[in-house]
Design a protein around this ligand. Structure first.
Ligand code: ZN
Length: 308
C-alpha cells in the first residue's frame, strides 16, 4: 500500500467560454486566478488555474475552455461533483451570493452529517460547498475571510461499479470510512492536506458519461516531489496499471493512468508550484506559455479571447 499520496492536488475540467469561466471562479466563487497559460497539446486553448493565493495543491481548480464546446453528458466513469470546503455558518451568505449571481440549481443537502450547498457552474458542472473545519488560509480579495473557500474538500466519482475503484483507493492509502445509500466514502488517514476525502457514487442506472464542456477531464492526487512520484509510478505499474512516464507541466510533474471505472487519474508533484515563473503578487495576470509554444506568442495573443 502506498503512503506517498497526500490528497487531491488539482481537478481539471472542460469549459466553453473562457470569460464566463474566469468570471465565475474569480468573482462568484472568489478564488484567485493563479495562472493563465495554454493547453500543452492545443496551445490555442487556455489552461486557467484558480485556487488560494498560490494555487497550493489541494486548492487548484483548472479548466480548458474550448469556446465552442458542446456540453458533456453526466454519467458514470467521471468525477461527477467537485466539493470545496467553507467555514461553519457561511452557507446562508453563500446561498445569497450565488443566488444574486444567478447561479443555477442551487440546493441544500447534507452528506455524512455535513451541511452542503450544491449548484452548477456556467457549463453545468456540478459543484458543492461543504461546511468543514479547515485551517487553510483562503484567498480573500473577493469573498470575506469568514466565508471564503478554503480549498477542495472532496470529489465524488460516479461509477457503474465500486469494487475495482475501492481496491485502487485502498492501494493508494485511502480508508473506507462511511457508507450511505449509493455513496461510499474514502479518506486518507492523518491530517496534512485537507482535501483528503473521495466519495464514490455507485450509479449503475446512469449511462456512461460523454465528455464535453462542464465535464471533469481528470483528477490529480498530490505527492511531495519527483522521488515520491517515481515510487508511486513503480508501485502502480507493478500492480498492473498502465502509467505514463513523468511529464513536465511547468508547475508540477505529472503521471497519468486510466482507472478501472474509466476516470483518468493523475499523480502530481507539489513542486515547483505556480510562483516559479511569476511574482507572487502578480500570479495569473500575464499569459505564460510553455517554452515549446513561446514562438507562437504573437498569434496566441491575437486568438485567445481576453479574460478581463
Ligand atoms: Zn492535471
Amino acid at each position: 500500500m502506498l503512503h506517498q499520496i497526500k490528497g487531491i492536488h488539482h481537478v481539471t475540467a472542460l469549459a466553453s467560454s473562457p470569460r464566463a469561466n474566469n468570471l465565475f471562479f474569480t468573482e462568484t466563487l472568489g478564488l484567485r486566478r493563479v495562472k493563465k497559460t495554454v493547453n500543452f497539446d492545443a496551445p490555442d486553448v487556455y489552461h486557467l488555474y484558480y485556487g488560494d493565493a498560490l494555487g497550493t495543491p489541494g486548492t487548484a481548480m483548472t479548466y480548458f475552455p474550448f469556446p465552442n464546446a458542446t456540453r458533456g453528458r453526466p454519467g458514470t466513469g467521471e468525477v461527477g461533483e467537485t466539493v470545496f470546503s467553507v467555514p461553519g455558518g457561511s452557507l446562508p451568505a453563500w446561498r445569497a451570493r450565488l443566488d444574486a449571481a444567478g447561479v443555477a440549481k442551487l440546493a441544500q443537502d447534507s452528506r455524512f452529517g455535513d451541511d452542503r450547498l450544491t449548484f452548477v457552474g456556467p457549463d453545468g458542472e456540478r459543484l458543492a460547498l461543504v461546511v468543514h473545519d479547515d485551517p487553510r488560509m483562503p484567498w480573500t480579495d473577493t469573498v470575506a475571510p469568514d466565508t471564503a473557500i478554503r480549498g477542495f474538500h472532496s470529489a465524488t466519482l460516479t461509477l457503474a461499479d465500486v469494487g475495482p475503484m475501492a481496491e485502487l483507493l485502498a492501494f493508494m492509502g485511502y480508508d473506507a470510512v462511511a457508507r450511505n445509500g449509493t455513496l461510499h466514502r474514502f479518506a486518507l488517514p492523518g491530517s496534512g492536506n485537507q482535501a483528503r476525502t473521495i466519495d464514490l457514487d455507485l450509479r449503475p442506472d446512469l449511462p456512461r458519461a460523454d465528455q464535453g464542456a462542464g465535464s471533469v477531464h481528470h483528477i490529480a492526487f498530490a505527492v511531495e516531489n519527483r522521488a515520491r512520484q517515481l515510487e508511486v509510478r513503480e508501485a502502480l505499474a507493478d500492480a498492473g496499471y498502465r502509467v505514463t512516464p513523468p511529464i513536465d507541466r511547468d508547475y508540477f510533474m505529472a503521471i497519468y493512468f486510466r482507472t478501472p471505472g474509466g476516470v483518468l487519474f493523475e499523480i502530481a508533484t507539489d513542486e515547483p508550484g505556480f510562483d516559479r515563473d511569476e511574482d507572487r503578487a502578480h500570479l495569473g495576470e500575464a499569459l505564460k506559455l510553455p517554452s515549446q509554444h513561446e514562438h507562437l506568442r504573437r498569434k496566441l495573443e491575437r486568438v485567445l479571447e481576453p479574460l478581463d
